[in-house]
Write a protein that binds this ligand. Structure first.
Ligand SMILES: *Cc1c(COP(=O)(O)O)cnc(C)c1O
Length: 428
């Protein structure tokens, strides 16, 4: 494949944008080479600046669960835009999407909309601290909750891909309030709680991790955290920015039957526009300004275009719940196909999957936490990534990312993907 125009665009971008990208995960540093510049997308496909077509497994890192340029979403945005793009006043559509989200997601009475998953998680933790009057938080190595200071402690996703899981610029004062635990390790969490008795406001986690590849919670892990939180007056925060409206209409809370105290959203909830949200039962949400003491705000929060996209997306998912089963079946089909090919070619690997989240780790050991994810063979991943790209398959340029399956993928696309894996496996 020819990437000439993309490389020219990248050269121009690097002069005026640090690293040529507005979010590090888009760069190809971890796999080598220049990123490809996308011109347009439709359904399951991306089209780049050189006219190449790719089957897309990034899907804007999760939001495009129904495929790119999905008509009901695009139409809703276009119609709204004609009436003005932002007013800085309340609008009816904010209540409509809030009502729908509260209906779809268990254990929440109220929801507030923000502009990104980062903002949602940052605000959720402030709210947890304000509500409990405690300062420390527990997070897990390899989990990513956006780029706000308290979370850049052993963070996953781009932070680990680019070698800065503990970013310079985060003060020691902030870092000391974030306690770090190992994913899927309840004893570790219990010990931290014991050592910091009465000081922990919340435990935040990805209830199905997706930012160190896909790592499902071990049997009893989420339930164990729920009990530890109940016994110690700690709030349990599920970061469902990736899993919300993807693994079930009501996210992991519904799927696994475990209640969180605060839930954060992003990605799918915005239908591809910049939206995040956090939600909880009313006693907690009423702690927010203007009715409560915890301050949180945003000039563009609840923006009409963003709400129109989000409402169209959630409406589709709510009205066509068979979609969740359908994408899960597609993901299982891909899983089986890839598994067969990798086994036949003697490539050491572990495929993790839950619902429509899947990832391939080039490791023979089970991948259950950050350490086991980091032990996979990155050289093999690099070759795999470029091989797939040259075969027209666009997966994330990092071994620490999940593949996102969209309903727009056909079984023909999945077969083509499995064929590409077969062709690439022979070269590994
Ligand atoms: C993507 C992501 C975030 C951050 O969301 P942004 O919109 O990129 O700020 C937070 N948490 C999880 C689990 C994510 O996957």
């Amino acid at each position: 494949m020819n990437y000439k125009r993309s490389s020219e665009l990248f050269t121009a971008a690097k002069k005026v944008i640090p690293g040529g990208v507005n979010s590090p995960v888009r760069a190809f540093n971890a796999v080598g080479g220049d990123p490809i510049f996308i011109e347009k997308a439709e359904g399951a496909y991306l089209y780049d600046a050189d006219g190449n077509k790719f089957i897309d497994y990034i899907n804007s890192w999760g939001p495009m669960i129904l495929g790119h340029a999905h008509k009901p979403v695009v139409d809703a945005v276009v119609e709204k835009a004609k009436k003005g793009t932002s007013f800085g006043t309340p609008t009816e559509i904010e209540t409509k999407i809030a009502e729908l989200a509260v209906k779809m997601v268990p254990n929440i009475d109220k929801i507030r909309f923000v502009n990104s998953g980062t903002e949602a998680c940052m605000s959720a933790v402030r709210l947890a601290r304000g509500f409990t009057g405690k300062e420390k938080i527990i997070k897990f190595a390899g989990c990513y909750h956006g780029h706000s200071d308290s979370f850049l402690i052993q963070a996953g996703s781009g932070a680990v891909t680019f070698g800065s899981p503990n970013s310079p610029g985060v003060t020691k004062g902030t870092a000391k309030d974030t306690l770090l635990a190992d994913y899927n390790n309840l004893e570790n969490v219990a010990a931290l709680i014991e050592a910091n008795k009465g000081e922990i406001a919340c435990i935040i986690l990805e209830p199905v991790a997706g930012n160190m590849g896909c790592i499902p919670p071990a049997e009893g892990f989420l339930g164990g955290l729920r009990s530890l939180c109940d016994q110690n007056d700690i709030l349990l925060v599920f970061d469902e920015v990736m899993t919300g409206f993807r693994l079930a209409p009501g996210g992991v809370q519904e799927r696994m039957g475990i209640a969180a105290d605060i839930v954060t959203f992003g990605k799918v909830i915005g239908g591809g526009l910049p939206v995040g949200a956090f939600a909880a039962r009313k006693e907690i949400m009423n702690y927010l300004a203007p009715i409560g003491p915890v301050y949180q705000a945003g000039t563009l929060s609840g923006n009409p275009l963003a709400m129109a996209a989000g409402l169209a997306m959630l409406t589709e998912l709510d009205e066509q719940r068979e979609i969740f089963k359908s994408i899960e079946e597609k993901t299982a089909y891909l899983h089986q196909g890839m598994e067969k090919v990798l086994v036949a070619n003697n490539i050491p690997h572990t495929i993790n999957r839950l619902g429509s989240m899947i990832s391939v780790h080039f490791s023979e050991e089970p991948v259950t936490d950050f350490t086991s994810a980091a032990n996979a063979n990155n050289d093999t991943f690099k070759k795999f990534f470029h091989g797939m790209l040259d075969n027209g398959i666009y997966i994330a340029p990092s071994a620490f990312e999940t593949w996102f399956i969209t309903e727009a993928l056909t079984y023909h696309d999945l077969d083509n993907t499995i064929k590409a894996v077969e062709a690439v496996a022979k070269t590994l």
